[in-house]
Design a protein around this ligand. Structure first.
Ligand SMILES: C[S@@+](CC[C@H](N)C(=O)[O-])C[C@H]1O[C@@H](n2cnc3c(N)ncnc32)[C@H](O)[C@@H]1O
Length: 288
């Protein structure tokens, strides 16, 4: 498959950067493990390029994992249910914005319903499912769009399923539990939440990630000789986000171009965003 399928927008998705990031992958590895998978852009891209045969996807957000699971293992059901939810916003007498807020209430109250999560992501502003301090998703909808058309969802969901069904195991737990499952010969790609924006009322993701605890996890992988690559913040113009990972970890620090900053463009400036990529010591030394 040459076209890379894409299910739905998700803030922080590595869809656009996937070719640049996978360029640092080793030529051979057993399993690709994504402990902070979100919508799994790197896994989908890797499967499109047949970079490996087995994948582990994990995210602490169960609603996202359930949606990806349904997409891989039951795309027809995901499509049918999404279509039904999506079409109801156009019924006579229904206000599309009110409908989104009703669906958002349901999303916050009901158990995880994959097609509903998909609808919310398709309609939410900037693909950002922000949660308030009591864990309720409180992001507004994008008023200019109606959300991806069901037929587009269908095509992409079937393509993703074709790529990953029978090759992928999904979990929803803390990333550290997933790291324990890794073995030598696996490759772990980690894309944790940005430092500094993962707390409080407008948190981007459900859970924050303490820096020191994350560094300890990387020490743990080093001690076990497991290869990893981490996307961890970066900089826009001369503004740097987040702390660098400590040098003693031995990682190679690379900055990859992530395009023009939309915020800087709004402020009338031309600034480029660079994203940090850290390659574990054993991995870069082997390829050097
Ligand atoms: C930057 S996003 C990943 C985006 C992903 N690379 C993609 O392409 O869609 C970070 C993800 O980490 C998840 N997360 C946050 N804390 C976590 C934890 N302690 N363990 C596992 N996942 C976590 C969030 O729910 C979020 O989906």
């Amino acid at each position: 498959m040459s076209k890379v399928p894409h299910l739905v927008q998700y803030q922080g998705s590595k869809r656009i950067l996937a070719p640049k990031i996978t360029a640092y992958f080793p030529t051979r590895f057993n399993r690709l493990i994504e402990p902070f998978c979100g919508t799994g852009a790197l896994t989908i891209y890797s499967a499109t390029k047949s970079l490996c045969k087995k994948y582990i996807l994990n995210d602490i957000n169960t609603q996202i994992v359930d949606m990806i699971d349904e997409c891989i293992n039951n795309p027809e059901k995901l499509y049918e249910e999404y279509k039904s939810i999506w079409e109801k916003q156009f019924l006579e007498g229904v206000d599309k914005i009110d409908y989104y807020y009703k669906m958002r209430d349901k999303f916050n109250e009901a158990e995880s319903i994959p097609a509903l999560t998909l609808f919310i992501l398709a309609r939410v502003a900037k693909g950002a499912i922000r949660y308030n301090s009591s864990g309720k998703m409180n992001q507004i909808c994008d008023k200019r769009r109606n959300g991806t058309k069901p037929e587009t969802i269908k095509n992409n969901a079937f393509d993703i399923s074709h790529l990953l069904k029978g090759k992928t195991t999904l979990y929803s737990m803390d990333y550290r539990e997933i790291l324990k499952m890794a073995q030598k010969g696996d490759l772990i790609y980690m894309d944790p939440p940005y430092q500094g924006v993962a707390h409080g009322l407008s948190s981007r993701y459900l859970y924050s990630l303490p820096f020191d605890e994350f560094v300890k996890s990387l020490e743990y992988l080093n001690a076990r000789g497991i290869d990893y690559i981490v996307s961890y913040d970066g900089k826009t113009g001369d503004k740097t986000f987040g702390k660098d990972l400590p040098e003693y970890l031995g990682c190679k620090h690379i900055l990859i171009e992530a395009g023009r900053s939309s915020q800087a463009t709004l402020n009338g400036k031309k600034a480029y965003t660079l994203e940090s990529l850290y390659i574990s010591e054993k991995l870069w030394k082997r390829d050097a």
